[in-house]
Structure formats: structure tokens, C-alpha cells
Design a protein around this ligand. Structure first.
Ligand code: GDP
Ligand code: MG
Length: 437
């Protein structure tokens, strides 16, 4: 698949190994082929590769400190552009706004209808009415009713009716009477493109003149997703795409291809069966996913921004002389906090995101540590050896913690100091280099 191919061709550049003009050219050729194989159209792929090449030359990748990183970032940025650059909102300014949902059977339309109602109700203060327009499967009507109940929104249904156009019209009339400011129309799909289905949804579109038509597609169907998107777009000229089932193994190559083939923005991604498993689509995050590297690019950027090389050198000296103090410790904590929420940071490391989901760490993790350090006198911070029993009691009281907590911190600090000392010398230099020196 696309991401694997891209990853393979970028692997070469990933380390800090030698990069030459020749292997950049080779890599770009692979990237281009990978894009073409994923049905990104010829012109788009060519523009993509040309842009990457221009940027690489412009920023003089060959002479950069970390050419591999830089290349990946350029490709990443270009992928982001290819998927539309920025996030595109849905049009819900009208009162009522009408959203029509289209797509094949099983793509996730009904689920998405429920998720979208939930999102717009809770996050944007809307009062949605859902219309059950799938007239072929009684179970589908029931499914929407259950979702409506879970979200706490009204669902309009017509038992026994086989006419989606009149159901939609009647539903809209009721929504207006009852003062709903948003209407979402769920429709019937087929297992494959079929004329009757297309005629039917086109008729609903004509009758209700929706403000927004969203095409829902299962991202796991790969190549078919692209073809389906094209057919639906030719017929409906939809406004946006919803990629569902991105919680699976798919890495999102479909996002690239669909965007490139139909030239319509992807607006949402479904990431699970539950009601809250819906995300607004961010091209940049999808580019991360396609490159299979978590949000590593922004992690590197942020770390470099925040890390002062001069500071690092000073610190190294102190560690070597065993002079690392609580003041230094405090400024380390400040550094880490400047980099943003810890959980966010952890989530940017590939593979860590899932692990961290259940662990509750945030800036508060440092609160009591900071409080304890602040309760020390400057002399105590510089020379922790001073801190005897009565001082510990005073510090615990002053910081609103307990003696046990103070003891624990002192012990941890002592251990850290020992470890740091051990790591200086060759190791210390490596550490500094790692941080972008
Ligand atoms: P419809 O026929 O287009 O209305 O599709 P449904 O909404 O009935 O969804 C078909 C199946 O896909 C159901 O079992 C859903 O629970 C499941 N589904 C929908 N969206 C997602 C998603 O984002 N992730 C996962 N894992 N399953 C989904
Ligand atoms: Mg359905």
C-alpha cells in the first residue's frame, strides 16, 4: 500500500546517513511511483514530486545537519498540501441547515449520522433532527432511532413508506415546525454503485437542496473507495468526504487518492464504532499517519525550538562536577512544560499514543514536585545535602505535602544525580547531540 511504499523509499533518507543528489532523485522516483500506484493522478503526482524537489534544493538539504529529517519534513508538508492543507469546516450557517449523507451500504452512513449529531449538539450547540431515509431495511430505521436516543435527538421516521423524497420533505417540514436548526438525512446505500440508488439520492438532493452533502466511505476498501467516490461525485457533486473505519490497519492512503481524484475536502474521519469516535480531519495529521511516524515531525520541531543549546552545555558541566541542583531540576521541569502537555508529547511518539491513552499524566504531574522545591531556601536548592530532618518537616509544611513525599523526592533526586554523573563523558555528549545540538 501507499504508506508502506512511501516509508520504504524514505527509509533511505531517515537516518543521518549520506544523502546525495542521486539518491534524492531515486527516492523521489519511488515516491512518484507510489503515488501513481495509489491512483493519485499523474499530474498531481508530478506536481508533488516537483514541489518536493524544489523545496529540497531551496533549503539545501544536502548541506543540512540532518538531511533525512529535512527531506521527510518536506515530503510531509507536501502531503499535507495535497490533502487540502487546512481543515475544511462543514456549512451549517443556515437555519435550518440541511446535511445529506450519501454512500454505499455498510460504509458507515447511519453510524456517522449519529456521531455527527452528537458532535454538533455537544460541541456546537445545535438542535438536530435526524431523518431516516433508508426505506429498504426496517433494521436501518431502528438503528438510527437507537442512535438518536443515545445522543438525545429526535429521529423522524415513516413506517412503511418507500419514498425517500417525501420522507425527507415531511421531515424537514417537521423540523421547521419544531424549531430544529439542523437536519441530517440518512439515506439508503447499495453494496455497489447502482443506477436506482443514484437516481434516488439525486432526487432527494433536488427536492431538499441541502447545504452540505457528505459522502461517506469505508477507508478499508482501498481502491474501490476511490472509484466509488468518483462516481458519487460525478452524480452528486458532493461537498465533502467522511472516511470511516480509520481505526483499523489502514494508514490513510485512501485520503490522498480520494482527495486527488475528486478534489473535494475530507472533513471527518471515523475511528471506531462508538458515538464519540469521530474526528475532524486534519491533513497534517493524516500526513503523519501516511508516513507512519506519529507526529514525530512536530515533536522534533518543538523540541528544537525549546531547547537552548547553550543551556545544555552549561548543564552538562554542572552534572560532570556533581553540581546539578534543584534549581537546575526546576528549570528542566519548566523546559518540559514549555514543550506542551506531556500527554500530547507522548502521543507524538510512534506507538506511544495508544499506550498513553489510559495513563493520566499532564502538567499537574509536576505540581507537588514544584511545590516542594519552591518551599526550599535557595541554599537548600543548590546544596540538597543541607536538608536534614527538621528542614524536611518545614519543607513539607511549606509545600502542603508530607514528609514522606519530601523524602521520596530527595531520594529520587539523589539517584538521578548519580545516574547523570555516570552518563556524562561520552554519554553526555550523545545526549546533547540527540537534543539537536
Ligand atoms: P451504513 O450501511 O452506511 O449505514 O453503515 P452503518 O452505519 O450501519 O455501519 C456499518 C458497520 O460499520 C457497523 O457495524 C458500524 O458499527 C461500523 N462502523 C461504522 N463506522 C465505523 C468506524 O469508524 N470504525 C469502525 N470500527 N466501525 C465502524
Ligand atoms: Mg444505514
Amino acid at each position: 500500500n501507499l504508506s508502506e511504499k512511501l516509508e520504504r523509499s524514505l527509509k533511505l533518507l531517515k537516518g543521518e546517513g549520506k544523502i546525495t543528489e542521486l539518491n534524492i532523485a531515486e527516492t523521489l522516483k519511488d515516491v512518484r511511483r507510489a503515488l501513481l500506484d495509489a491512483d493519485v493522478n499523474y499530474k498531481t503526482a508530478k506536481t508533488f514530486v516537483d514541489n518536493v524537489k524544489d523545496k529540497a534544493m531551496g533549503q539545501n538539504v544536502l548541506n543540512a545537519v540532518k538531511p533525512g529529517q529535512m527531506m521527510i519534513k518536506i515530503v510531509h508538508d507536501e502531503l499535507t498540501e495535497l490533502m487540502g492543507g487546512a481543515t475544511t469546516d462543514i456549512n451549517i450557517k443556515n437555519n435550518p441547515s440541511i446535511i445529506l449523507i450519501a454512500g454505499l451500504q455498510g460504509s458507515g452512513k447511519t453510524t456517522f449520522t449519529g456521531k455527527l449529531a452528537n458532535l454538533l449538539k455537544t460541541k456546537r450547540g445545535k438542535n438536530p433532527l435526524l431523518i431516516a431515509g433508508d426505506v429498504y431495511r426496517p433494521a436501518a430505521i431502528n438503528q438510527l432511532q437507537v442512535l438518536g436516543q443515545q445522543v438525545g435527538v429526535t429521529v423522524y421516521t415513516e413506517e412503511g413508506s418507500k419514498d425517500p423524497v417525501s420522507i425527507a420533505k415531511n421531515g424537514i417540514k417537521m423540523a421547521k415546525d419544531k424549531g430544529h436548526d439542523l437536519i441530517i438525512i440518512d439515506t439508503a446505500g447499495r453494496l455497489a454503485i447502482d443506477e436506482q440508488m443514484m437516481d434516488e439520492i439525486a432526487a432527494v438532493k433536488k427536492a431538499v437542496n441541502p447545504n452540505e452533502i457528505l459522502f461517506v466511505v469505508d477507508s478499508m476498501t482501498g481502491q474501490d473507495a476511490v472509484n466509488t467516490a468518483k462516481e458519487f461525485n460525478d452524480r452528486l457533486d458532493f461537498d465533502g468526504v467522511v472516511l470511516t473505519k480509520l481505526d483499523g490497519d489502514t494508514r490513510g492512503g485512501a485520503a490522498l487518492s480520494i482527495r486527488s481524484v475528486v478534489n473535494k475536502p475530507i472533513k471527518f474521519v471515523g475511528t471506531g464504532e462508538k458515538l464519540d469516535a469521530l474526528d475532524v480531519f486534519h491533513p497534517s495529521r493524516m500526513a503523519d499517519r501516511i508516513l507512519g511516524m506519529g507526529d514525530i515531525v512536530s515533536l522534533v520541531e518543538r523540541a528544537q525550538e525549546q531547547f537552548d543549546a547553550e543551556e545544555a552545555r552549561k548543564l552538562q558541566k554542572k552534572i560532570a562536577k556533581n553540581q546539578f541542583s534543584f534549581n537546575d531540576f526546576l528549570s528542566q521541569i519548566q523546559q518540559i512544560k514549555k514543550m506542551g502537555n506531556l500527554k500530547d508529547l507522548a502521543g507524538m511518539i510512534p506507538g506511544m499514543g495508544k499506550m498513553m491513552k489510559d495513563i493520566d499524566i499532564d502538567d499537574n504531574a509536576f505540581k507537588s514536585v514544584e511545590a516542594i522545591i519552591y518551599a526550599m531556601t535557595p541554599a537548600e536548592r543548590e546544596t540538597p545535602e543541607l536538608i536534614n530532618g527538621s528542614r524536611r518537616k518545614r519543607i513539607a509544611d511549606g509545600s502542603g505535602t508530607s514528609i514522606q513525599e519530601v523524602n521520596r523526592l530527595l531520594k529520587q533526586f539523589e539517584d538521578t544525580r548519580k545516574m547523570m554523573k555516570m552518563m556524562t563523558g561520552a554519554g553526555g555528549k550523545n545526549m546533547a547531540r540527540m537534543m539537536g545540538n
